[in-house]
Design a protein around this ligand. Structure first.
Ligand SMILES: [Zn+2]
Length: 200
């Protein structure tokens, strides 16, 4: 979804002018960051709440990040979260919980403390911090771009339910559309994660 330059500047609620945007006053801003209405709404809300003026001590990520599970994966996860733009980082600290599994811990049981949060599951099976960092960026891009506001209808179906959706789509002849939507989502997340990787 392409916005005009003025529309992009307007997302900042008057704190950033179109001219400043062109001149790189907001170095982390890119088209890929605002490809969806959800992402535009999040940026607008963040700027309206004074996000551009807020300072952020880096230690807050370790203190506030809701990361559960495999401790061996924590440094790569923290590094990835530290590398995303401020509005995404603040969104992650406020609304996202992450669960790592597969590097040292291959299973984990606990009472889920995730009510009312987005959940990102990360596999550490690669035993490769670079790959885990990329995985975190990709999933954070999905969360930022795609997920609805908290309180909206949950979109996560049990895997068996997802099979039913595919079966229904096949029956009704829109399976190709379903694949196309999923592909488009993947492309958007990849494009944004690549921007973040390039700026690291
Ligand atoms: Zn994906």
């Amino acid at each position: 979804m392409n916005l005009s330059l003025q529309e992009k500047a307007d997302l900042f609620g008057g704190v950033v002018t179109a001219r400043q945007l062109v001149n790189g006053a907001v170095p982390w801003f890119c088209q890929e960051l605002v490809e969806t209405e959800s992402a535009q709404a999040r940026l607008r809300q963040w700027a309206a709440s004074g996000g551009m003026a807020r300072t952020f001590p880096p230690a807050r990520i370790r203190e506030e990040l809701r990361y559960y599970g495999d401790p061996r994966m924590l440094p790569a996860v923290i590094d990835a979260v530290a590398s995303v733009p401020p509005p995404v980082r603040d969104f992650v600290l406020e609304e996202v919980a992450l669960l790592g599994i597969g590097w040292v811990h291959i299973g984990r049981t606990f009472l889920a403390p995730f009510e009312g949060q987005r959940m990102i599951i990360l596999s550490g099976a690669s035993h490769d911090e670079t790959r885990i960092g990329r995985l975190v960026l990709h999933e954070l891009a999905h969360a930022w771009l795609e997920s609805p506001a908290l309180g909206e209808v949950a979109t996560c179906l049990p895997a068996a339910g997802l099979e039913n959706v595919d079966a229904l789509a096949r029956d009704e002849g829109w399976l190709d559309d379903a694949f196309r939507w999923r592909r488009a989502k993947e492309n958007r997340a990849d494009a944004l994660a690549r921007q973040w990787e390039a700026s690291q």
